[in-house]
Structures are given as C-alpha cells and as structure tokens.
Design a protein around this ligand. Sequence first.
Ligand code: ADP
Ligand code: ZN
Ligand code: ZN
Length: 821
Amino acid sequence: MFADVLLPLMLPGTFTYSVPQAVAATLRVGSRVLVQFGRKKLYTAIVVLLHDRAPQGYEVKEILGVLDAEPIVRHPQLRLWQWVADYYMCSPGEVYRAALPAGLKVESETSVSGNADFEEDAGHRLTDTERAMLDIVAQRGKVKVDELAAAAGVKDAMHIVNKLLSLDAVHVSERVVDSYRPKTEVCVRLTLPRDDEAALHRLFDELQRARKQELLLLAYLDLSRWTLRSAEPVEVTREALLARAEVGPAILQALVKKGCFETYKRAVNRFADAGRVTQAPAELSDAQLTALNEVHQCFKQHDITLLHGVTGSGKTMVYMHLINEVLARGNQVLYLVPEIALTTQLTRRLRSVFGDRLLVYHSRFGDNERVDIWRRLLSSHEPMVVLGVRSSVFLPFARLGLVIVDEEHDSSYKQQDPAPRYNGRNVAMMLARMHGAKTLLGSATPSIEMYRHALSGNYGLVKLTTRYGDLELPDVVVVDTREARRRKEMTGTFTKQLLVLCRQALAAGEQIILFQNRRGYSPMVRCRDCGWVPHCDNCDVALTYHKYTHSLTCHYCGFTRSVPTVCPACEMPNIDIVGYGTERIEDEVERAFPEGKISRMDLDTTRSKSSYDRIIDEFSSRATNILVGTQMVTKGLDFDGVSVVGILNADMMIHFPDFRASERAFDMLEQVAGRAGRAHHRGKVVIQTSQPDNEVIRQVVAHDYEAFYEHELAEREKFGFPPYCKLINIQLKHRDKSVIDAVSCEYAALLRTVFGSRVYGPEAPAVGRVQNQFIRQVMLKLESGVSMQKVKALMRQLYEQQLAANALTKQVRFNYDVDPV
Ligand code: ADP
Ligand code: ZN
Ligand code: ZN
C-alpha cells in the first residue's frame, strides 16, 4: 500500500511513500506520519490519499512512523486547503503549514553518532578539530550538534559535521520532539492494596504520634472514598488533599518517603474551569428584532447575507441571538473578527451567555491551548462557537451551521506574508459553502465589493440604521489645520478646538480617544544641519525612533541601532527627532493635560495578550481617561464613557497612493467616530485636516455611507479597478539588483505574450529592498468576466515551462498575491 502525503513545504503537489505492513490496517487519510525528505530531513506529513499504485521511475521510501491513532485533519479541511492553494496560487503544503497549530507540527533536532567501522585513510588526514569532534562523539555515543559545538569549542560545527559525514565517519539522526504538552496536575494515591484492612490499621498505628500525617491520611480516605468498596477510588489532587487536611506539602513529602503514598501526574482538561454560566442573551430592541427576522428571511434565499448596521446599532446582540439558535439546533458557529484586540471584550460578552461552549482561538494563546482546542473540535460534534481571527477558518469543524464575519470590510482579514496570502473573510465564505452553512457578514462600512453583491441581489441585505437606545450618531466637526496654523492656534499636534473639547470632557469626568494613523507617522531622526536620515542596512527605509529604548529600529527586518550623538554625514551634534508617532503624542498629551491618565495602544505596547487586556481593562474601568492609539482603537471596541474622539490628522489617509485609499479613509474615520458617545449622550468627533472640503470627509460628517459608495463605485469604474476587474500581483525577489531587473523585465514580457496590455510593470514598490532582497512587482489586471482558473493555469504553465528550468530565473523568488488588499 502507498500513501500520498502533504509536506509542509513550498513544493507543489503531494509525495508518495510506502506504508509499512504493520500500520497498513490502521493508517487513515488525515493522519500525521513521519517521513524523510531530502537528504537527512524529517518532516511531519499529512496523509491525503491511500492507494496501491506503485510510483514509477524512482525508489519509494517508507513511512518512518505514524503519529496519530486517529486522523488529525478531517476530509473537508483537506478540500479547503486545496481550494486555498488553487485560488491563492500557493502550494497546499504552505496552506498546511499555516493551518496547523505549531504544536501539531513535529520539530526535529539533529544528533550525531560515530561510525564504528570508520578508518582514517591516507586520502584524507583528519584535522585536529575533526579528530577532537570524533573523540567526543565516540565517548558520548549520541550528541546533538549544538552540544558538540560547545564541547569542541567551535562555532560552525555543522560545517565540520558535514565534512565528517562525507567521509562516512559519523551518522546523523533526527530526534523527533512533539512540542505539544498536555496540561497536567499532580495527584496522590495510597500505595496499600485496597482490600487489605489490616495494613491500613497498621498504618494508623504507625502514625499515632504524627498527628498531621494522620490528618492527611484521614483526608485522603475521605476524598477518595477509599472505604466505599462499590466503586473505584476517586482521584485526589495534591492541592485538594492538602487543602482538606489543612497541612503543608512537607507532611505529604514525609508520607511519600515512608512509601505509603505516591504522587503521579494526570492530564487535565483546560476547558474544565471555563464554567457553564449560560444565560439568555439580553432582549433585542424592536429594530434589532426586525433585523434578526430579516436575516432569517434572507437566509431562506441566500447563503450569504450582509448586515449593514451603523456603529452602536448592536450588531453583536443580533449575532448572539443567531448563535443561540444555531447552537440549539446542535450546530457549530465560527465567529471571525479581524484583530486579536477585539476578542478581549467580545470574549467577556460571549462567555456570560455561552459559557464553556465558547472557544477562543488566536496566536496570542499558547501553543498547547491551541492544540487543545483543535483536538476538542476533532473529538466532538458538540455545538460550540469559536471566536477567532482569520486562522480559525482552518479548524476541524464537524457540523458548522453558521459563519459570522464581523467588520467584514477590514483589511486585516488579508494575510500579507508568508503564503498563503489569503483573505480570511473569503475563505470563511468558502468554508461555510463546503459545510452547507450560512454566512452573515457584518459592518458599519461594508466593503465596496460585498455591498455591490448585496445590492445586486447575489447576497441578502439587512440594514440597522439606528443606534441602540436611540442614541444619535456623533456630531462630527472638521477643523482646518492650515487655517489654524496661520492663526497660530495650534499647540503641537492639537488645534484649539480639540484642546477645548478635551478639557471639557475631562472636567465632566468623561473619556477621550485620540487617533493617529499608523501610516507615514513613524517618528524618525534627522540631522538639523544637513538633513541626514539614518536608514536600515538591509532595507530601503528610514529607521523609526523608539523613545522607551532610545534606539532606532527597522519596521521591516528588526535591524536596530543606537541614536548617534553627532551626524555621521556632517559631524554636527544636532540630531532631531521628527514625526508624530503615538509616543510623541502621548508626550504632548501629558503636557497639555497633566491631570489626565493616559494609555497608549499601538503595536509596540500590545505585544503580549495581557498588555492588550490591561489597556482595555484600564480604559473600560476608567482607571485611565485618555486613550491614544493607532488603527487598533478604531475597531469595534465598546467603551461607554467616551464623549470626545479626536482624529489628529486625516490627510495621510486620504492621500495614500492606492485605489483603496478613499475606502480605507472612510472606514477608518467612520469607525473611529463611532467610538464616541455610545451610552449617555451624543458624542463629539473632531477631524483635523488641511483639506476640509475633501469628498470623503464630507461623507463622514454626514454619516452617509450610500453617498460614499455611489461616488467610490463610479470612480472604480472610471479607472478600471475592482470590483470592475480582478488583480493578481506578482512579487519577485532576489539579492542581486541586476538579476532582479533582468528577470522582472523578462517575466513581464513573457506575460505580455499571453495577456497583452493586461500586464503592468515591472515596478519597484515604495520600499524596494527588504532584508537585502530587491523587490519588483508585476501586476495583472483582468476583466471581471475572465475565467480566473484559466488565467492561473496559464501563469503556472508559463512559469514551469519558461522559468523554473532556467538557472538564473530559478533563483528568483516568485510570490503571487491574488486579490491584493
Ligand atoms: P455594534 O457592534 O453594532 O457597533 P454593539 O453590539 O457593540 O454595537 O452594541 C453597542 C452597545 O449597545 C453595547 O454596549 C451593547 O451592550 C449595547 N446593546 C446593544 N443591543 C442591546 C440590547 N438589545 N440590550 C442591551 N444592550 C444592548
Ligand atoms: Zn548632518
Ligand atoms: Zn530593515
């Protein structure tokens, strides 16, 4: 028997291995197996097909081991992986790598052992280092490469090991470590045979003068129901035992030493303490109830429905009622949000209703927790709701009934790097379709593409036009910064109007959110005299200044250096820090409002899950009253004390050179405005801009999504952008500038022979070199009617036939990005 397996590599297709007799009867599709691929490398592969057709033309290797008694991946998942690989033009192996939590991907560590038959011959005399290494290996038997390096006192041990390998002086083997560890707790048991009452009596006699030990024994007998012969004794944890006996661990230690007790570890269910605190979700308002009924109506005719609800309309509440119904029917729900930041508040809201039927899945959870969630879904068909970010689409659902994609328009749903460069929203829609489940998309500012589908009748459309509690949408004020500057009414980044509103809010005990767009505002360092700006050694970008570490960092590759005290170009000691990063705004706010308590939320302050939670908690509980942040503060967060929202500079958003710039700007402004005035009174939003007459800004002031949509769609049609066409970006990378220039030109010319004027480029992107790799882009713009499957097949064919075999072009990395965002 043979197995076709998927390797977690960039290579296309599957690979065939033979199945050892011993496991032939039990091996199943979806199981993980260990195989050797390449010279000495071991990989965890997934079986995708079992058959009896021996491959021709090469010698088949045998599967080295089977890692699972039961398959770890379900059939529908494998189908979804293949769909993602085809659609987004990557290998199924890359999808596999993205889909499985790291804890299910076995790592291998190389160790070295000696070859007893090896004899040094005259052809090659060993060097001293080589001989020293062989001695160490001979003494210790089996040594890991890094330990060997340490023992021999050399840096590049791998190099020497390779040499010894080529001489056949050593063997290497891979020690496989499964990095998954179940959570355990320590349990205690009595070592006596249970039916030997005499022995128990003797033990009591023995402990007569050790009162505390006796107490412990009594507590154990009680907790374990030792004397209740009708059933197995109950497992007793060390913690529970010590608590019941009210004694310290030393007492138990003494009894273990005497040999009458022993301890052992037991795997625990991480979900046991989540609690089953299920209660009904809050009652819906009339508007929400109408919306819910309309969703049901739409689902009768459409598998996909868009819920367009203004900020604060209570879309979450509608979702919760819908989820409740689906769970009651015994089905599972996937609830997607674009960013981890959103799961914190939602988890709390959902937990109180769904209890331990809620699973939360994202990368800020430990790996073991993610494996546990994976296994739990795999082993049960229970109704459950999974809240997660885009990678949750790859979980092993068994009975999916509903997929909710909240903030559907958000560009964070798209994975940029590495492959698969997929859009979580679109994959979720495909996942739902494969399961025969319904999809509900939700947004206050739907994406142009989805709204068009909804208007054209492809999808259902439901609108929620009023805020919950009949709250008004916030009052948006536009302040002209050019004018303010002319009148000298600006203090740093703040206009007078914004400062006044903030003061009033603080005086009234209300809260403030200040938003600074991430793009283009990273603070950097510049020489006042000659204009010198420090750049990354590996990338074509200026380094960003970080106040807390007083250092300069590259946001593309992590390169870091200290801030020079004198300019390396002109040797003058006048180095300035320029730009408006959130750190700098935090400083300004501190000076302007010494009484304010400030939190900053951006990529730098939220590296860990607990820091997200802390910042959100502090602001929710009003321990802080000013929140300064980037994109992260715009999305779906729900704080009821915020009366003022300040958008410090809207200019960069409007003028980004990208056909989606207006859409992004509208979304972002409307979303961040939506944080204002949610519970008590109408909030105020201040937009600072040098272009108060801009179309997008006027639409935000009027909260007029429809007007924005009409205008934007007309623009897209005029200039031929999605949804009026389909885009594929091809990114080429290579270390050598002349190679990348030659190959990208050759490639574009080649594409033009097939696709003609639909090909644009090659072009260098805004950052033309990253991590010492030069980058060029070629873009393919295709009419909406064209068969994308055919286009992709042609592109693959072109690459295989013309480029893959060529020594030069083969070295260039080709990254495909389908539907770039
Ligand atoms: P959206 O996601 O549409 O912006 P949310 O679902 O966050 O809005 O709701 C906004 C606020 O209104 C939240 O604080 C929520 O608790 C409250 N809310 C919405 N609907 C109800 C309801 N039916 N009963 C009680 N509170 C509600
Ligand atoms: Zn200088
Ligand atoms: Zn860099």
